[in-house]
Design a protein around this ligand. Structure first.
Ligand code: BGC
Length: 728
């Protein structure tokens, strides 16, 4: 490892061209594998082949062999022997794929998230990856947005907790990313990329500073506090200025208030997109805006490469600014230990041994089981393993593409389909399949219905396997209709009408509108995109070998028109008093739909039966220096062991700004054997009662608070306490 003084000395030896090359990232797919020439879009953007040896980082390599070859060649040619840095998106696994982040969010289990990202880091680093563009800490409320699949959902506490755990998983508990099985984390997309208006990707975001600070910022900050080495500003404009050029955001908040001094990397082409946003007249001005903002690395565009030198020579960008940017990049390389081992332990043999090894598959299986959410169960689940004939119906019955988008090097063909999972679990049972219809939004054909209905009729148990294709969620994949695409709703009705012993398995990257389906299908199990082990997890859950325990990280709307829909909504002056579904004139509600989610945040059933008998407070008044103990008593009155996430919600009854009617302030997942009773204890302290007031001061105010358990919109056992004095 180099000392800070050695790094500064190295910087002092670099030419201006060499410095600027460090700020430039190339994309491996865009130049020839031999690496001798820059071709494709990077070539068209003016990056010269002879610069390759000096460029700072490479995006999108896949295998150890490539990284070793590229590093060897260019390190030998680089005058000062500065190694390249290899980055890619490792979002939910590298070769072994576990559930999409939204699914993992349902686990409410930071330890599991940490284990999964540590596994991904080990596989990725063996393959030569040194930094991942993750966690995606974007807070979300709008299921139309395709990238909700990459988020941990609509609650800032859950999002922050899991994002921090993910960061620690990638970087290790001691944060020493020089160790070969670790990779550096790059938190993204700062800020509020998930707030895209109308749920349309890349769209502008207008959110008050108060909401930004209360809901959107905490998870980014949590990653930084957990030691994330890098950060990516978002594509979107935030209150009028694209993040890449937004100096209030990047300089005042991120580097100033949050004290982040790691590397900032632009998103793909985002520097040059400043021109398309219309905040820069040309690429030179784009380079100026991003450079002045100390966005240290430019991804997939060449504004820095072509204009930074000129901007510094003209005195528009200060030399110290450029030097600070380069020094951060050198520090990151040093933290990764690249000056000692430029390959960071990349090894084809190790990569082969780790990829999809038994231990990794076992973890992916556990993660898929813990992420599934049982949304409805009229008593049909779990199915008996004694059934004689099983019908698997629907486009997902035998489908392998259940690993979702952002799958790094994961392969659909290496995943276990539902059919394979059920056959593996019940090798002697007769299993029939029928596709029934397609899952494409524009394919409404019902030609396969007759066969599907016939197959279902004669079966002892029917597993409907429906959802949206994996390519309907992810970057740029936004939808205006959140119902099951194609003829699937109709198929669900036709099949469940002829056989009441039907359960629906859902595969999707977002909350779907299940209002029609829920009317006829007796049981619904949300699988999200569960990863390589999805089929095994589904079989285990359906037949009782595993007990569902996921809780929704995002509300499932009753109709697409309800979105953005989120449980932690502010009070209005016209709240509806009539029951959900009954219209009430001149109050805040819809004529044609209820206000609430079909399935709210925090909701999820189990095969165990959890009974909450009491919520007790050890005192009714909290001193700002004191602590209040909340005890929730919960018992498993069922006949199987299960896991329950006990949730604690807060309501600030009167405050100087309008507060949400419910906010999650703590949660704990517990395992209870049949008949077991447990006291789950939470501590409340004054800082947990703080909020951003009208002037964005983070403070608490004296007064009454309600505390409840249950899940969003279904709060139970409410108690009240008083905070004697507010603080800031
Ligand atoms: C995405 C980022 C991603 C980057 C590199 C962009 O299009 O917005 O999330 O990290 O590509 O793959």
């Amino acid at each position: 490892m180099k000392t800070e003084a050695e790094l500064r000395h190295l910087l002092s030896e670099m030419t201006q061209e060499e410095k600027i090359a460090q700020t430039t990232q190339v994309i491996i797919n865009y130049y020839q594998k031999t690496g001798t020439e820059v071709t494709g879009p990077m070539g068209q953007l003016g990056i010269k082949s002879e610069s390759m040896k000096d460029l700072g980082s490479v995006l999108g390599t896949a295998f150890a062999e490539d990284v070793i070859a590229i590093q060897k060649k260019y390190l030998a040619e680089n005058r000062l022997h500065i190694p390249m840095l290899f980055m890619t998106d490792v979002i939910h696994g590298y070769r072994t794929i576990y559930p999409i982040p939204l699914g993992l969010g349902a686990s409410f289990d930071p330890a599991l998230v940490e284990e999964c990202s540590a596994m991904a880091a080990a596989e990725a680093s063996a393959n030569g990856i040194q930094l991942t563009f993750a966690p995606m800490a974007d807070y979300v409320r709008d299921a139309r947005w395709g990238r909700v699949m990459e988020s941990f959902g609509e609650d800032p506490l859950l999002n922050s907790t899991l994002c921090a755990a993910e960061t620690v998983g990638f970087q290790g508990r001691d944060g020493d990313v020089s160790k070969p099985d670790r990779i550096a984390a790059c938190v993204k997309h700062v800020a509020a990329y998930g707030g895209a208006e109308s749920g349309r990707d890349y769209n502008s975001v207008e959110i008050s500073e108060r909401l930004l600070r209360e809901y959107y910022f905490p998870a980014y900050k949590a990653c930084i506090d957990a030691g994330a080495k890098a950060l990516m500003p978002s594509f979107n404009s935030l209150n009028g200025i694209p993040s890449t050029a937004n100096s209030w955001l990047m300089k005042e908040v991120v580097r100033g208030e949050w004290g982040f001094d790691g590397v900032a990397i632009s998103d793909w082409g985002a520097v040059m997109e400043l021109v398309r946003h219309g905040v820069a007249a040309d690429r030179k001005e784009a380079a100026r805006l991003a450079g002045e903002n100390e966005c240290d690395i430019e991804m997939m565009s060449s504004a820095y490469y072509n204009h930074l030198a000129e901007l510094v020579a003209e005195g528009i960008i200060r030399q110290e600014t450029l030097d600070r940017m380069v020094l951060r990049i050198l520090r990151l390389k040093n933290d990764l230990g690249l000056f000692d081992d430029p390959f960071h332990g990349a090894s084809p043999e190790k990569a082969k041994a780790l990829s999809l090894c038994e231990a990794h598959r076992a973890l992916a299986l556990r993660a898929a089981e813990e992420s599934a959410v049982l949304l409805k169960n009229d008593g049909v689940l779990p199915f008996s393993t004694e059934v004689k004939k099983i019908a698997l119906i629907g486009p997902y019955a035998s489908e392998h593409a259940i690993i979702g988008q952002w799958k790094a090097r994961g392969l659909a063909e290496e995943s276990v389909s539902v059919e394979e999972g059920v056959r593996r679990l019940l090798p002697d049972t007769e299993i029939l399949t029928a596709t029934g219809c397609s899952f494409l939004w524009d394919d409404l054909s019902e030609e396969g219905f007759a066969e599907a209905v016939e197959t279902a009729k004669g079966a002892d148990a029917v597993i409907l396997c429906l959802g949206e294709p994996d390519r309907y969620s992810g970057e740029g994949k936004c939808r205006t209709d959140l119902r099951l695409p194609g003829a699937q709703e109709k198929l669900a009705k036709a099949v469940s009408t002829v056989n009441k012993n039907t359960a629906l398995l859902l595969f999707a990257g977002r909350p779907l509108v299940l209002t029609e389906v829920e009317k006829t299908v007796p049981a619904i199990l949300e699988m999200w995109f569960p990863g390589n082990e999805g089929g095994n997890a589904a079989a285990h859950l359906l037949f009782g070998k595993a007990c569902p325990c996921g809780k929704l990280p995002m509300s499932f709307p009753k109709a697409t028109g309800q979105v953005p829909l989120y449980y932690n909504r502010p009070s209005t002056g016209r709240p509806k008093k009539k029951p959900e579904g009954v219209y009430e004139d001149f109050t805040s509600n819809y004529i044609d739909c209820g206000n609430l989610a079909l399935y709210p945040f925090g909701y999820g059933l189990s095969y165990a039966s959890f009974v909450y008998s009491s919520l007790t407070l050890d005192k009714t008044s909290l001193d700002p220096d004191g602590e209040l103990t909340v005890t929730v008593r919960v018992k498993n009155e069922g006949s199987v062991e299960g896991k329950e996430t006990v949730q604690l919600y807060l309501r600030d009854l009167v405050a100087s700004t309008v507060r949400p009617t419910q906010s999650l302030i703590a949660f704990e997942k517990v395992t209870l054997a049949p008949g077991e009773e447990r006291d789950v204890v939470f501590k409340i302290t004054e800082p947990m009662l703080r909020f951003y007031d009208f002037h964005c001061v983070f403070r608490s105010e004296a007064g009454e608070f309600q505390i409840s358990t249950g899940c969003a919109d279904r709060l139970i056992l409410t108690k009240t306490f008083t905070l004697t004095e507010g603080r800031s």
